[in-house]
Design a protein around this ligand. Structure first.
Ligand SMILES: Cc1ncc(COP(=O)(O)O)c(C=O)c1O
Length: 313
């Protein structure tokens, strides 16, 4: 997907021009993957625009940095304010927001501690991530997700996405929209960039954090909505074959939002259409982010961008 540029990027507390946001090829991150990042969406509502669960994303960025002993000299509040500043300076909504912190130019060698930490925040228009409004056709990947105590799955680290790249490339080359990784014990984990939910009967299942998944913010939002809608939710280790016998399945994620799965390994899920529990959750989610229902969980942080400047994705 080609990147659409905007005018400004936030860097260590200041807005700089997009074309000036460059780093040296000898920066630590280029060689050793030492970055942590976030992906956040800003939605357009009829009366304005709002960033989805901004503080939770920034808290996760700080957690990811903490796991990697990367001191971030900013609080959640300062990082959230920076996101609002860059969106308002660029005047682009709806948009995708990409905060990133990494080890920059300093020393060579694996130990990152003497290389400076750089923080950037960019925003840009970005469309649908998992293709197919009719539902995604996915496969179980031949690649496993990260094993416990190797790469920490709760950190959203750039290096984790080498595993995601293997899963996604294999899926697309074999004609699927996305791949699902199993954990090291063969239990279901998640997609290359999405959490996984299954429905069997009237119970909603999702894989727990111990199965090498990212603590997804869309995942936690869906769990909140499900509880409010009175849907029974079970977080437990799930065998691979649950994918083949479930009635409904969907991915959640900032990029994928709520994307229903039509088939897995060419086996149809239910009748292939979006089932009733997925539909109810999909509607509840989109009604809030699109401003068609009250923001009853305070999920949206308003940004002040003139509507005539809004860019469609
Ligand atoms: C590996 C992985 N799992 C799950 C998710 C979903 O997380 P979130 O809903 O916070 O975007 C993402 C996306 O960030 C991801 O990259």
């Amino acid at each position: 997907m080609p990147l659409q540029t905007t005018e400004h990027i936030w860097h260590n507390g200041k807005l700089i021009r997009w074309e000036d946001a460059n780093i040296h090829v000898m920066s630590h991150v280029i060689h050793y993957g030492s970055s942590v990042f976030e992906g956040i969406r800003c939605y357009q509502q009829p009366t304005g625009a709002g960033v989805f669960r901004l503080d939770e994303h920034m808290a996760r960025l700080i957690d990811s940095a903490k796991i990697y002993r990367m001191p971030l000299p900013y609080t959640v509040e300062q990082l959230s304010a920076a996101v609002v500043d860059v969106i308002e300076a660029n005047g682009v909504t709806p948009c995708y927001i990409r905060p990133i912190a990494f080890r920059g130019y300093g020393e060579i060698g694996v130990n990152p501690l003497k290389s400076p930490v750089e923080v950037y925040i960019a925003n840009f228009p970005w469309g649908k991530y998992v293709p197919g409004n009719a539902g995604a056709d996915v496969c179980v990947s031949s690649w496993n997700r990260l094993a416990p105590n190797t790469m920490p799955a709760l950190a959203k680290a750039g290096a984790n996405y080498m595993n995601s790249q293997l899963i996604r490339m294999e899926a697309e080359i074999n004609g699927y929209d996305e791949g699902i990784g199993l954990d090291v014990n063969g239990y279901l984990s998640e997609g290359s960039g999405e959490n996984l939910f299954l429905v069997r009967g009237d119970v909603l299942y999702t894989t727990p954090l111990a199965n090498s998944v990212l603590n997804g913010i869309t995942r936690s939002s869906i769990l909140q909505l499900a509880k409010q809608l009175g849907i029974t939710v079970v977080e437990q280790a799930l065998p691979r074959e649950m994918l083949y016998i479930c009635d409904e399945a969907f991915f959640t994620g900032t990029a994928a939002e709520v994307t229903h799965l039509r088939s897995v390994d060419r086996i149809l899920i239910g009748d292939g259409t979006m089932g009733p529990i997925t539909s109810a959750l999909h509607k509840a989610f989109f009604d809030i982010v699109n401003g068609l229902a009250p923001d009853r969980f305070n999920w949206l942080t308003p940004v002040n961008v003139k509507v005539e400047e809004a860019v469609g994705v």
